[in-house]
Ligand binder design. Structure first.
Ligand code: DP6
Length: 326
């Protein structure tokens, strides 16, 4: 039985967002979501089950992790041990090549890479659907970093039917995600706590009720490469989620003044005919989605805006992949 495996996964950007769960422990979402995996950014994770260990060890970017970060990984490994009927503890070593916890979904690439590396190291041969379900237990958005390219997470009825599938390969559409990074610090309220607040906003029921229509519009626009229709629904969905966040108890706002300034400019550029639109996750950074021919111009104008520290560019990418098994 292999005891050690290394996997790589990319983060993803949601066009239709996951916000709020029907079941927090199983991460069964209130609504389905659609995303694109992002090339260039990745998490690489090695898992080694070692019977010499009396507890799990987790190192992130070379730093040993304790408390909540270690507990979350250990809790996840328990699910893998249960599936594989294994009692051994593991040494987990993970590295991101992009800023952790700043609105670029590091938990998505982290738990997608961990799900693949840990399941292979434990000797499991999971189907892509079962791997996506497993990754979902670590972080909801991680289930979308398992399949290739453009991906839809089907909300499902329960644990068995809530997983992500590829709806188009990475070369289907030359979209780019140009991330205007305005903060690299850790966010004050993590997504896991944020999801629990969604129910406290009266707007959330409306957001969820309308989600099937937005999913349909997004899927059709994406498959038909209709940028205008895509841009309308992506911005509507992001605004819905942030309206829910701001009207939760206690209210939640991830935006900084620079976030507003960038959004205002993106909306102006679009009005003037540029193929750009914007979406914001649980952090202050703005993800500017654009057709690739806008890339050089877009990087230049974004870097000129106040508060923009740097730009990261993600193109459509494949899902999680195994790079080593021993
Ligand atoms: C705003 O997947 O990070 O990025 O399941 O608690 O780990 P957990 O939450 P997470 O939530 C992502 C929220 C979002 C929207 C999205 O990616 O769909």
């Amino acid at each position: 039985m292999p005891l050690k495996a290394t996997a790589i996964a990319h983060p993803n950007i949601a066009f239709i967002k996951y916000w709020g769960n029907r079941d927090d422990a199983l991460r069964l979402p209130l609504n389905g979501s659609i995303s694109m995996n992002l090339s260039g950014m990745e998490t690489q994770t090695t898992v080694h089950f070692d019977d010499q260990l009396d507890h799990d060890l987790f190192e992130l970017n070379g730093e040993p992790q304790t408390n909540a970060a270690l507990e979350r990984v250990s809790h996840f490994l328990n699910q893998v041990r249960l599936l594989a009927k294994l009692n051994t503890h593991a040494r987990v070593s993970s590295a991101n090549n992009f800023p952790t916890g700043a609105g670029i979904a590091s938990s998505a690439s982290a738990f997608a890479a961990l799900a693949l590396a840990a399941s292979k190291a434990a000797g499991l041969e999971l189907s892509q659907i079962d791997l996506s379900r497993l990754a979902r237990l670590g972080s909801g958005s991680a289930c979308r970093s398992i399949p290739d390219g453009f991906v839809e997470w089907l909300a499902g009825e329960g644990d068995a039917s809530s997983y992500a599938v590829s709806i188009a390969p990475k070369n289907h559409w030359d979209l780019v995600d140009v991330i205007a990074v305005i903060s690299q610090t850790h966010k004050p309220v993590g997504s896991t706590s944020g999801h629990k607040l969604a129910h406290t906003s009266h707007l959330n029921a409306l957001r969820v009720m309308d989600a099937p229509d937005r999913l349909k519009a997004c899927r059709e626009a994406l498959l038909g490469r209709d940028f205008d229709r895509f841009a309308d629904v992506v911005e509507l969905d992001s605004n819905y989620m942030h309206a829910v966040m701001r009207t939760s108890t206690p209210p939640l706002s991830y935006w900084e003044p620079a976030t507003e300034v960038i959004l205002w400019h993106v909306w102006q550029w679009r009005k003037h005919g540029r193929a750009v639109c914007a979406t914001v996750d649980a952090g202050p950074n703005v993800h500017v989605l654009a057709l690739k021919h806008e890339l050089a111009w877009l990087q230049e104008v974004l870097l000129d805006l106040p508060g923009v520290n740097k730009i990261l560019v993600g193109e459509p990418a494949d899902g999680a992949r195994l790079i080593e098994q021993a």
